[in-house]
Design a protein around this ligand. Sequence first.
Ligand code: ADP
Length: 390
Amino acid sequence: MSDTVILTLNAGSSSIKFAVFEPGEEPALRASGQVENLSPSQQTRLIVDRDGDRQTADIAANDHAGALAAILDHAEQLFGGATVAGVGHRVVHGGTDFTVPTLLQPDTIAALRALEPLAPLHQPHNLACVEAASAAFPDALQIACFDTAFHRTHPFVNDTFALPRQWFDRGVRRYGFHGLSYDYITSEIARTEPDLSTGRVVIAHLGNGASMCAVRDGRSVGSTMGFTALDGLPMGTRCGQIDPGVLLYMMQHEGMGADAIADLLYRESGLKGLSGLTHDMRTLEASDNPRAAEAIDYFVFRIRRELGGMSAVLGGLDALVFTGGIGENSARVRREVCSGMDWLGIAIDHDRNAGNARDIGTDRVRVMVIPTNEELVMARAVAGALSAAH
Ligand code: ADP
């Protein structure tokens, strides 16, 4: 067993997901877990999964520093006496400049802080976690892994909005997100399906956040998410694509301010808003309320529209990959997305689909279900930085 380990951290507003890897050319997972209910009003819990066993402990922490301190308190259980040599941080926004995993130093952290207005719900928490981890593991390399980086290869037409050019120059661009997930899926395709690695692939990352990415030769040529993580597909609580005229109407005629609109678009819309019930797909699928079915119908409709558009942009399609909590587990969503798509060369085997099999296509286009692994992408980046540093 190695005497050093890699820690990956994925910080949200009230949770931190983490994983511990042994370094190496392909890092090996040793343990994973999360700190949840990270707020003063709730009982915070530390969950650790190791060797198929799950342990849960109530901890006293109400911010990211407290959570990291609790992880350190459980160092023996998590790290088994090994030193944390590198920490990989999921950082949602790298703007136009950060296109590869980057060592976090005071100047890079300051540059990333300047991007907070572009991802107000994620970036401040990511950076709070960077600060806490730098204090908790002062001798470790701290590496930022960006959700936007994978898309920086996309062409100008997918990078811009049709606004006066000064806005593009000021950073009002289509960045795209979920890049760590797309990076993992394309690496899996390259590893297991060499014929497809130069092909035309659409990846649907469908979770609480949802987006799709058009990939050619393993690189992003387009994404449904844009300037923020609001655009494109409807999500658990986010609206997805919306006519900007709706926002003008809300401001000019309904007296709504920016905060109220942000709350509506980020927290009250999507599956939750449409169903009036919940953001959770599994619960919606189990419901017999007609609005639950309408919310799922809208979700599926938008995915199908984007699939058609992306296939046109790619000049055809060789593979469709489903990933994320919904993509990996919802046979119904996959079935409805693929239904009547034979014109595109898509048809699926319903038994294999029901079993979440890896290959569910029966026609010309490969249709695949591949569980994502964003933590491994971060661990690979840290392992690379560690071997470069030695
Ligand atoms: P996040 O974007 O927060 O990482 P996940 O990728 O974990 O989210 O996806 C969460 C979504 O996956 C939820 O809507 C959940 O209901 C859905 N999901 C998980 N398992 C199933 C299932 N068996 N059937 C349908 N939906 C599922």
